[in-house]
Design a protein. Structure first.
Length: 340
């Protein structure tokens, strides 16, 4: 199976977060053959109930190539336009899985060992796979994490701070609003104050941002709402401490509960000789690994601007280039110990 066929085979397996088993089973079968041919060691590492990470190593694990197997919904199967492979996960991150596997086979064919492949579940939701992997490190000194960066080495990525906001009100007929209390009005007032919070700027990562992602609430247009909720996410460039205080103050002022559900710090990374660089605004599994699998690097084929969209695709040329980039990075890190 060639690189493009392998990518399409992965894309054609629905592995929406929480339902990764089909792609885990497929990869386990494929990697079992690679492991057998090259005297590797392949493991299924439990990450959550009925959800496994995969780890394949050849000799001492000095460098680990890693990315995630899950995708965002909705699932749609692959197609080939000649220059691009389309489909859910094409660039985020099944094309990257394929590039890493083919890079591993390239390395093994030339006699290079002392590296591994780590594919994890859950990155798109709660990083369950990276959380589990961070608790069971295998001595790796360097982690090459794959996300769509157009084959440029990221010098940093923004962090995330996600909240659920919940407001409670009192039901009443909308003709007599004074007899009730609108949870929606309280939520909107809190959101208005939160949107006015000044946000930081970093010289490399740029400005922090806020997205109000969902709003729900109410029962009918003629009923004063007794409940309302929203989900918001900040993209961080520095410490979240002052932001946490400001969100708590804005929520409390309007009798809204603010529950923090996710935090990942902003990350600064270093360059390697010979690779173009970029800075990305999205968050990855790197903070969750917490250095347990070595110094991280972030690079992968594809554009984040089409990931998570109905137009998700990956350029075949970039995919082929990624195989060589990953192989070259492994050789460079093995040879120099990360010095550049």
């Amino acid at each position: 199976m060639d690189l493009f066929a392998f990518t399409r085979a992965l894309v054609d397996l629905d592995s929406t977060t929480g339902q990764e088993k089909s792609v885990v089973d497929y990869l386990f079968a494929y990697l079992s053959l690679v492991s057998s041919r090259h005297s590797g060691r392949l493991e299924r590492l439990p990450a959550a109930p009925n959800r496994d990470n995969l780890f394949l190593t050849f000799g001492e694990t000095v460098v680990t190539l890693s990315t995630h197997m899950d995708t965002v919904p909705p699932y749609f199967s692959s197609s080939d336009s000649g220059t691009h492979i389309h489909g859910r996960g094409a660039c985020d991150a099944k094309g990257i899985i394929a590039a890493m596997v083919f890079a591993a086979e390239t390395l093994l064919a030339s006699g290079t060992r002392n590296f591994g492949l780590l594919f994890v579940v859950g990155e798109e939701r709660d990083s369950a796979g990276a959380t589990a992997a961070a608790m069971t490190p295998r001595g790796s000194r360097f982690l090459i994490n794959g996300e769509p960066t157009e084959n440029k080495l990221a010098l940093g990525s923004k962090g995330t701070l996600r909240y659920e906001l919940m407001a409670r009100g009192r039901l009443a007929h909308s003709a007599y609003p004074e007899l009730g209390h609108s949870a929606i009005h309280s939520l909107l007032d809190a959101l208005n104050d939160i949107r006015a919070i000044p946000l930081s700027t970093d010289g490399i990562l740029g400005p922090a941002t806020l997205n109000v992602g969902t709003i729900r609430g109410g029962r009918a247009p003629n009923v004063v709402a007794d409940e309302a909720s929203a989900e918001i996410m900040f993209r961080l460039v520095d410490s979240p401490d002052s932001l946490r205080d400001a969100v708590a103050q804005a929520a409390s002022a309007h009798r809204v509960e603010a529950r923090e559900v996710l935090f990942n710090p902003a990350v600064h990374l270093r360059a390697l000789d010979g690779l173009p660089t970029t800075v990305v605004a999205f968050t990855t599994d790197i903070p969750t690994f917490s250095g347990a699998w070595g110094e991280p690097f972030l690079i992968g084929p594809g554009s984040i601007h089409v990931a998570h969209t109905a137009e998700e695709r990956i350029c075949k040329r970039e995919l082929s280039e990624a195989v060589e980039i990953y192989a070259r990075m492994v050789r460079q890190l093995l040879a120099t110990g990360g010095l550049s």
